[in-house]
Design a protein around this ligand. Sequence first.
Ligand code: FPP
Length: 246
Amino acid sequence: MDNLDLNRLPKHIAIIMDGNGRWAQEKGQDRLYGHFHGVQSVRNIVEAASEIGIKYLTLYAFSTENWDRPAAEVAGLMSLFVDTIAKEVPDLHKNNIKLHFIGNLSLLPDDAKAALQNATQTTANNTGLELIIALSYSSRWELIQAIKNIAEKVQTGQMQPEDIQEATLEAALSTSAFPDPELMIRTSGEYRISNFLLYQLAYAELYFTETRWPDFRKKDLIEAILDFQSRERRFGKTSLQVQTNE
Ligand code: FPP
């Protein structure tokens, strides 16, 4: 922690929490046992991010594609979300954390929708870490929603095709209120983005670790941030331009 440069923290970190199933299977347990333990990591990382001074943290909890998993795993995950959110909201609120949910939330069961709504409303005025949970989320789904939204504006004459800019698309995404992630972490040794924030990750530094999500803790987050701080972010410029601030 002492080695972190607090003036060069990524404002927004996005995490693909992968490896719960394998972690459990390696222990001869059911996959849900892994998800259950994954919640401890969520708690630890949210606390750590808040303590370190990260402003935005996005966690990929459930993808659109995850609906195709065995029914028992999907049902188990849904009740885990509902129980965890209900249980954690008072503490999150006490710690000034503001919760957001992104994704096709209309597909969620009613109790999950109610839990999400309650969590969002309770923490709406908090000013600390903004915790964004991607649930029933996929980037291609999000982009299609955004394009439909813009097409409607063009169709009704509120906008001309030539008015469409990067900012137009950004405003139509579910992440419009947040800056793009600067650091994307994926656990468990998979080297993919898996339909996660495809547009928003355009300039993110990508960090992959073999550690399974249920074993991922504050020290692992700090290692990822230290790795981020050791990189030179050029945004298409040359190294010399970056170093001389041209
Ligand atoms: C990926 O591991 C993980 C998930 C699909 C679920 C992640 C959910 C949690 C950690 C619970 C979080 C709870 C809240 C409230 C945010 P996997 O099942 O794909 O693992 P595998 O690749 O080893 O099979």
